[in-house]
Ligand binder design. Structure first.
Ligand code: PLP
Length: 448
């Protein structure tokens, strides 16, 4: 965690003052092409919150703003998955370059894996290997960017989408996910926003950060809307193996014959190995629309000019995906379920924080801030800044995800960290509760 404690701003400032006098000598400058795009990511906000934490608060820092469960021993991937890579490593078969779209055995393994849940099967030719799911996002946005083109992204969302759209020059239009409707998509809003330059809509299912899983009926309506508007659906299913509620996962690809669908997936979240950087793009397009519109060709061309996914893990993919890894998924999901239950249970006693829907997937929990109940808290950013400064507890303000006056708690950590965090949250909220509310609550609790 320590690297996250270094302030990005300080380093930049230091560098600037040190080298100011020399700057006139050199003809080169860093490009600012990525400046706007990178400002959309969560990193800037998270660094700012880490800066507010202090050793003077005699409590360990609890980083619950972002998450990588793989750092905790309880979420370690299975020995089978590790052995698959170790075997390839020792065989020497993972040492060579591969084709830009990925090696055939990996593409075949992904096709077999996604076909388990699909009526219209995909072939290895419909699959492209990527450097994690994030490169899939990058490649798609580049492939779709055209003058005046716009794309629909969810609000709240996973910020990498907006960053890549900004970078590629694709106009972003945000549609709402409705908290009062179990985070379903505001389909009416979508229809109203569309015009002849809209090319695609992105959905994230299972939904990061909301933690819901869309029903068959809702996804069918999404496909029908896309068809009506003449747009494709891009579905991010990187969390398809991280489900611990009752609603079953339905792949959007099931509806590829209504409107063409591009599915993004990867090992990072399901198999808890984000450092291995393996993802994929699959085209669910039984009518061949992506070929006739040149989208498939553009994806291939973009892959031709970007780094290839590493062949070490690609070669291990048949082994990794062939086995269902049921036990590993079950263990991971049962820990996440316990954590969600724990947080929801404790939140019941904190009137300022409301969870409108218990997550049933992914590794986050969104809570609404009841600001009218609190004094001296202006908004979600203010809440998270004061929480960091007073309790050494870092949560992500909703504004980083496009959801003002909410906060996001990472549940993909160890249970004891969440117990500690919820105690600190409870004390913090008690301290900032409006006096009238505080006395009312004390009365209610029988303390007066
Ligand atoms: C983590 C995440 C990604 C990125 O996955 P990588 O394989 O690590 O690149 C993409 N989409 C969503 C919704 C994610 O949560």
């Amino acid at each position: 965690m320590s690297h996250l404690l270094v302030s990005s701003h300080q380093t930049e400032e230091e560098a600037e003052t040190q080298h100011e006098s020399e700057n006139s000598v050199w003809r080169f400058r860093g490009s600012d092409t990525a400046a706007k795009a990178s400002s959309v990511t969560m990193r800037v906000i998270v660094y700012k919150l880490f800066d507010l934490c202090s050793p003077d608060i005699k409590k360990p820092l609890l980083p619950l703003a972002h998450g990588d469960p793989s750092v905790y021993p309880c979420y370690r991937t299975s020995i089978h998955v590790e052995n698959a890579v170790a075997d390839v490593l020792r065989s020497g078969k993972g040492n060579s370059y591969g084709p830009a779209a990925g090696i055939l055995p990996a593409r075949q393994a992904v096709a077999d894996f996604v076909n388990r849940d699909l009526t219209n099967k995909v072939t290895p030719n419909d699959v492209y290997m990527t450097v994690g799911c994030n490169q899939g996002i990058e490649v798609l946005m580049q492939a779709l960017a055209a003058p005046n083109a716009n794309i629909f992204l969810p609000r709240p969302s996973y910020p990498h989408y907006e960053a890549r759209c900004v970078y590629s020059g694709l106009e972003v239009r945000k549609y709402d996910l409705l908290p009062e409707n179990e985070w379903e998509i505001d389909l009416q809003g979508i229809e109203a926003m569309a015009d002849e330059n809209t090319v695609a809509m992105v959905i994230i299912n299972p939904n990061n950060p909301c933690g819901n899983v869309y029903s068959y009926d809702h996804l069918k309506k999404v496909a029908e809307m896309a068809r009506k508007l003449g747009i494709m659906v891009i579905t991010d299913e990187v969390y398809s193996q991280t489900i611990f509620g009752d609603n079953p996962f339905v792949p959007m690809g099931e509806f590829g014959s209504i409107a063409p669908v591009i599915t993004l997936g990867g090992l990072s979240k399901g198999w808890i190995v984000p450092g291995w950087r393996i993802g994929w793009i699959a085209l669910n397009d039984p009518k061949g629309i992506f070929k006739s519109t040149g989208v498939a060709q553009s994806i291939q061309q973009n892959l031709d000019i970007t780094p290839d996914a590493n062949t070490l893990v690609q070669n291990a993919l048949p082994q990794i995906l062939e086995k269902s890894n049921k036990e590993m998924f079950a263990k991971k999901n049962s820990i996440l379920k316990q954590n969600v239950d724990l947080v929801c249970d404790r939140l019941e006693d904190i009137p300022c924080l409301v969870c409108t829907k218990k997550p049933e997937s992914c590794t986050y929990l969104l809570t609404k801030l009841e600001l009218p109940l609190m004094e001296d808290i202006e908004d979600d950013m203010d809440f998270c800044m004061k929480l960091a400064a007073e309790e050494n507890l870092v949560l992500l303000p909703g504004v980083a995800l496009g959801l003002k006056n909410w906060a996001r708690i990472t549940i993909g950590v160890e249970g004891r960290m969440l117990e500690d965090a919820l105690e600190r949250l409870s004390r913090f909220c008690q301290r900032h509760l409006k006096k009238t509310e505080a006395s009312l609550q004390a009365k209610y609790n029988g303390e007066i």
